[in-house]
Ligand binder design. Structure first.
Ligand code: CDP
Length: 789
């Protein structure tokens, strides 16, 4: 752990200070979108399609309109009148806000009822009569690519198939050569099914258009308020909503995990309704709507191949992916690469040659996907590499830990340029894995496993040594609809030495109000309790791209440090004036400038702040504030090694995680308690797809587990005791040496768990199993081998 520079009272970096925001959260005093109540506010509920693919023959709104308290029923035809029935997606595809003739997935928005309260609106939804003509849905991307598959996007002129895009990177020819000449080649098909973020708070908004001012204010569940404001202005500028007349407020958010980055039709309809009716309109999804209609994550079908020497040196990696994007490519991907950061797939290993290609297809399923607690497509990439390493170990008869240690990029090889083009900033992979092995007692576990196997018991050990890639991003490679990915901080020091700082990011529970204050405390010496942090209001916060993909610390955290440095530069001038010395004679130590060699002559940051308003040097602007927009020179590359031990009940096939050790490295840590909390939560969100979660559709596109009765989000009962520890390898380019952390555990846990379960069954000839690995699947695979009744 880095030595602490500040006292516990100041609470700079490295202090586990309590979260400032919890004062309101634990009292139930958070202010969420659904808490916003405005005078005269109306409520919206949505008519959704029961079919995955159907023609709309007619929509009759008469009965709904006749219900007392119903103000309007908005259909695609109504929106068409304002040219608002279509909108762009974040991937520059197009998406219906409301359909005029065809529905493309089950639970798609078909019409919206605006009423005095939510119950009347729901009655109105029941009363809207829609006549559909169902069509044969395409729910499988492999069927979507067949020659005679129906063409789904007939709205796109000249479209002759369901293909969305092809993307490839790496050296295909060289990779083929290495594969041809390799001693050993292994292959595994890895499918990461559709899952859902399932944040506690669903999506929603309160749209309030003030006809007198011509100003629209929208309180909404968004992780990226500024980007939303710009998109709204671009889409609705023609109906008078220009950017200075739009205020997006993202109040407290009950979990985002990437699911609150996209613009869902509900937001747009509520805004349109408020503008047309001239009253505030609230729309809040219910739990099933959230699960069935909002963006999904994953849905990647990967064929992963690795070439190696017989001594176990990994020589080449090749991955071919088929991506199911549903009805439209509405991925929340902040990069210019269609598959985001998938090309981190060579992982923690020194693999000199690689090639990856992917093809995306339209199907009759909800559009997406989102970067569910991961930089876009990193979870998929890590699962692919960490599975194939285990497959290779098995083929060579090698211990998977030993094989990893043999192939890791070594600490002295950083900065490391990967075969697929990334420059890893820093890392020490052997240290993390060895620490995990020591802590869990790896050697003893392997001995125990041998004994257990001889007795017919099922015990497995799984490893994942992942490399993450977070902090989108260097603006040359990362943007949302052309808006470059930087982030911002504006700091104002008040005359009494207290401060307010505003950011372009938006916390959804991560604790920014605490950790940003700690960064400023570290750099300025002002106690973190004296610094108020604000995010999420586009009228007050500096422009930023929001919070997702663990980018807040790498971007806005760095912006805070840089803004603080600007404050210090000006403070030095004021201190020199107050102490009547030249600036060169001054030195900074936490919270004050003092005269070199004469430390008793000093001015604290609080004294300097007062002077900035009461006694500033002539010729220098009054006040003490600074803004910084930080465009990172590179991404940060946090990493970790996880080891999971499972026992499988030989009668019920129930999978029990006996131990799970997570060693994480996110560079210098701002608040160790918050980081540990992030890792605990992320591990549980990694456990979920490994053993429980999957959105399942039948061949007609009906969702089979569209409520939390059937979609198995793990609770405290299913969650094991997570054991955590860390190594610290600072980022060389981040002003604080910090890397992002929030998504590492979600990315790292699934392959560790999958590898453990497969390891438990490997001596029985089981080589591969798709996640989620349920007791039923274990039974099935053993039954197929004649090993279960
Ligand atoms: O973008 P997001 O906030 O989701 O992810 P992050 O930057 O990884 O930060 C998650 C939380 O962990 C924030 O409160 C960070 O300030 C904190 N953190 C930390 O204390 N030290 C780090 N090196 C990284 C994150």
């Amino acid at each position: 752990m880095k030595e602490l520079k500040t006292s516990a009272e100041v609470g700079g970096m490295g202090h586990s200070v309590k979260r400032k925001e919890d004062a309101r959260f634990i009292r139930g005093k958070g202010n969420y979108t659904d808490d916003v109540v405005l005078p005269g506010m109306l409520h919206m509920d949505i008519v959704r399609s029961p079919y995955a693919y159907a023609k709309i023959k007619s929509i009759n709104t008469d009965k709904a309109m006749a219900i007392p308290g119903v103000h309007a029923v908005i259909t695609g035809e109504v929106l068409k009148g304002y040219n608002l029935h279509w909108m762009p997606t974040l991937m520059s595809d197009t998406q219906m806000v409301l359909p005029t003739d065809t529905v493309m997935y089950q639970a798609q928005e078909v019409a919206a009822v605006i009423a005095d309260d939510r119950y009347i609106a729901a009655d109105g939804v029941e009363a809207v009569e829609v006549e559909y003509e169902p069509m044969k849905a395409v729910v499988d991307p492999f069927k979507a690519m067949e020659k005679d598959a129906p063409i789904l996007r007939t709205d796109k002129e000249g479209k002759t198939d369901n293909h969305i895009w092809h993307w490839e990177t790496g050296d295909a020819e060289k990779t083929e050569q290495v594969f041809k000449n390799a001693d050993v080649v292994v292959e595994e098909k890895v499918y990461l099914p559709r899952i859902h973020v399932c944040s506690i708070e669903t999506c929603g908004c309160v749209a309030s258009f003030d006809p007198a001012e011509g100003k629209l204010t929208v309180w909404m569940t968004t992780q990226a308020p500024h980007a939303i404001r710009t998109v709204f202005a671009l889409v609705a500028g023609h109906v008078g909503l220009s950017e200075e007349k739009i205020r997006i407020i993202s109040p407290d958010i009950g979990g985002g995990f990437g699911g609150k980055v996209p613009i869902y039709p509900g937001y747009v309809i509520a805004v349109a309704a408020s503008v047309v009716i001239g009253k505030p309109v609230k729309w809040v999804e219910d739990r099933s709507e959230n699960l069935q209609a909002d963006s999904f994550a994953r849905d990647y079908h990967m064929t992963v191949e690795m070439a190696a020497s017989k001594e176990g040196k990994m020589e080449a990696l090749r991955i071919k992916t088929i991506a199911d994007h549903g009805y439209t490519d509405a991925a929340a991907n902040p990069s210019k690469y269609p598959a985001g950061m998938f090309s981190i797939c060579t992982g923690s290993y020194d693999i000199k040659t690689a090639f990856t290609e992917m093809d995306a297809y339209y199907t009759n399923k909800p559009p997406g996907g989102v970067a569910y607690r991961c930089s876009f497509r990193v979870t998929e990439a890590v699962h692919a590499i960490e599975r194939i390493v285990d497959v290779l170990a098995k083929k060579l008869g090698r211990d998977p830990a030993e094989l990893r240690l043999q192939n890791f990029i070594q600490p002295d090889e950083f900065p490391y340029k990967s075969a697929l083009g990334w420059e890893y900033d820093s890392g020490d992979y052997p240290r993390a894995l060895k620490l995990a092995m020591d802590k869990i007692g790896y050697e003893d576990l392997r001995k125990e496993q041998l004994i257990k196997r001889s007795k017919g018991e099922l015990m497995g050990i799984g490893i994942c040594s992942f490399t993450e890639i977070v902090g989108a991003g260097p603006s040359k490679d990362f943007d949302i609809l052309g808006i470059k990915m930087f982030d911002s901080c504006e700091v104002r020091i008040h005359p009494t030495g207290k401060a307010i700082a505003r950011f372009g990011t938006k916390s959804q529970g991560q604790g920014h109000e605490t950790t940003y204050a700690q960064i400023l405390a570290e750099e300025l010496g002002i106690p973190y309790t004296d610094i108020q942090i604000e995010e999420g209001d586009t009228d007050t916060a500096p422009y930023g791209l929001g919070t997702y993909a663990s980018r807040s610390t790498p971007t806005a955290g760095a912006a805070a440090a840089k803004a603080a440095h600007k404050i210090r530069e000006k403070s030095k001038k004021i201190a020199a004036h107050l102490l009547e010395v030249s600036e060169e004679d001054l030195e900074w130590e936490v919270g004050k400038f003092s005269v070199k060699g004469s430390p008793e002559q000093s001015k604290t940051i609080q004294e300097i702040a007062f002077a900035a308003y009461t006694n500033h040097p002539q010729g220098l602007e009054a006040g003490l504030e600074a803004t910084h927009y930080y465009d990172p020179p590179n991404l940060t590359f946090p990493f970790g090694s996880y080891i999971c031990v499972v026992d499988i009940d030989p009668k019920t096939y129930a999978i029990k995680i006996r131990r799970f050790i997570a060693i994480d490295d996110c560079g210098n840590i701002i608040n160790p308690m918050i980081v540990e909390g992030q890792i605990h939560g992320g591990l549980t969100q990694g456990l979920a797809p490994a053993l429980f979660e999957e959105l399942i559709y039948d061949e007609d596109g009906n969702i089979l587990n569209g409520s939390l009765m059937d979609y198995l989000v793990p609770t405290a009962v299913e969650t094991p005791n997570w054991e955590t520890d860390q190594t610290v390898t600072p980022s060389p380019h981040h002003p604080l040496g910090a890397k992002g952390v929030a998504e590492s555990p979600t990315v790292g846990a699934p392959p560790a768990i999958a590898n453990a379960v497969i390891d438990a069954l490997s001596h029985l000839g089981v080589e591969s199993m798709g996640i989620p690995i349920t007791p039923f699947k274990v039974w099935q695979v053993l039954k197929d081998k004649g090993l279960a009744a």
